[in-house]
Write a protein that binds this ligand. Sequence first.
Ligand code: PSU
Ligand code: MN
Length: 306
Amino acid sequence: MESLFKYSKAVKEALDNNEEIVALESTIITHGMPYPDNLKTALNVEEIIRKEGVTPATIAIIKGKIHFGLEKEELNFLAQESSVYKASKSDLSYVLSQGLTASTTVASTIFLASLQKIKVFVTGGIGGVHRNYCELLDVSNDLEALAETSITVVSAGMKAILDIAKTKEYLETKGVTLIGYQTNQLPSFYSSESGLQVDLRLETPKAVANLIKMQERLQLKKAIMIANPIPKKMEIKKELVADYLKKAEEKLKKENVKGKAVTPFLLKEIVKESKGDSLKANISLIYHNAKLGALIAKALNEEKSK
Ligand code: PSU
Ligand code: MN
């Protein structure tokens, strides 16, 4: 049978030599940001990771093949093509068996990364329990995937458009370890704080690497979520975000947007409401996460060689 997997040269080499890799999702590129910011951000994120001597592996599905590491033309295509499908875990077999092209969400990316034994994944913010949860049981598959996958996810918390308190509870129920990186507060994506405490806190990439090693010794097949607050000078105050979100939600209701279109719709509306400030914040938090993810991957490799 023909292989489902395609590797960029750099990722192939890193996998063969057992070198550090950081996995990246592609829905941020196709649905999370407008062109050309999406392309610029994707390229910069990869560069930040490379600068630390770690290999980035952006994951996406192109013509029915799972790509680990994208060439520049492929990134360029995904960034500009507006009809690319957003594939969560429930869409994977469909997309692959139909030979389609799709971006991968946090859920599907961490699943695919774990197939290659990649241990660290970086994103902006994870999906979670939506705020109209009681009306419609809209809970991102990201949370189930975190409950089933051995990988460390570096993010700036849950996306601000979600019910953050419920998402936090859900993670606990599912046995996902939530760590505040140099913070006692759960960050909330555009803001460094959420008003909610995190119980567990770590200070260094090495401490995170030790935690990952322990999780492996225990064979706990759960994700570890590292909540890395957006740098204070780039943050948007949470009261202001609440304001933007309220307006975005009114529009969502009026236009009756549902399902997988909800997250991209709200993110886009908040960019408009904030006159681009939220996009700037989104970009800078991703860069910040990329750096930390690379440092954790490096620390993990140092621990391994001891
Ligand atoms: N973070 C961002 N922008 C995004 C996403 C995350 O900064 O676009 C994407 C991720 O791919 C995440 C998805 O997995 O949104 C969640 O969507 P849903 O609620 O439909 O599961
Ligand atoms: Mn959703």
